[in-house]
Design a protein around this ligand. Sequence first.
Ligand SMILES: NC(=O)c1ccc[n+]([C@@H]2O[C@H](COP(=O)([O-])OP(=O)(O)OC[C@H]3O[C@@H](n4cnc5c(N)ncnc54)[C@H](OP(=O)(O)O)[C@@H]3O)[C@@H](O)[C@H]2O)c1
Length: 255
Amino acid sequence: MHIFLTGASTGIGNAIAHEFDRYFKGEAFFSLSSRKKELLENLANSLNSKSAVYAADLAEPTVAEMTLDKAVAEHGPVDLLINNAGVQNINHFIAIQNDDAEKMFKLNYITPVRLMRKVLPQMLKRNSGTVVNIASIGGITPTPFMSEYCASKAALAAVTVALAGEYKNSKIHFLTVYPGPVKTAMAEYADERYEKDAMNYVPFGTAESLAKEICVAIEKKKTKVIYPAIYRTAELFRELSVWVTAQMAPEPKRT
Ligand SMILES: NC(=O)c1ccc[n+]([C@@H]2O[C@H](COP(=O)([O-])OP(=O)(O)OC[C@H]3O[C@@H](n4cnc5c(N)ncnc54)[C@H](OP(=O)(O)O)[C@@H]3O)[C@@H](O)[C@H]2O)c1
């Protein structure tokens, strides 16, 4: 079981590595990727499973493709691809620099798509494999001041759902994950960006329990995870959720 996991150094990716290490009882092989080599090495040393570290800037899609190619050449075809690396940009739309927004879109959408296009031919040949894409609840309820982040996550969710239909006659499993707020470095960044203690009033989950839900969803071949569970209302009552979010979304600090 070769697992290629992006954004493994911290947060949700780190928790997924630990959870899957336990689930596969140390029998899986992890290719761990993100930019911070030292954090990846610390993670690799803490796992019971064998692993390799691939430090790379995955916001460069061609670098991401070369990284995956290297992992496949060294450790065989990928059985489980987890596109988790992502960044958020909270700001007034007109204050956002094009370069920053486009880099975010590459990391959050273009790279996951390129990696899927790399692994799918092999998965189809073997008629097995799993692709997990970490989108966001913001892909269901687009949030003011995170417009392009939400757009990137909506795009990632849409392509995953469409691919599940496209390959419905194969045994390849596609899982779309829609996290709401989860206590990680990304949530700390959001906390810093707002004027008030806005983040104190929203329900939060933890990376560890999200990782467990993802593991169960793979085992049960579910097609989506919305976490924490309270955010399922965003999908059930989408229009209401969009309206409430538009009224309540806090303003970030001016930069
Ligand atoms: N936390 C939340 O509330 C929340 C909610 C919805 C969705 N999500 C999604 O969950 C995923 C994980 O986020 P998190 O909450 O765990 O935040 P996090 O702790 O900030 O993790 C982000 C991960 O992405 C990696 N990364 C960032 N830029 C990169 C780049 N240019 N190249 C390679 N790797 C890069 C980081 O590693 P390096 O710094 O080592 O590169 C890190 O491992 C993201 O896709 C995020 O959008 C999070």
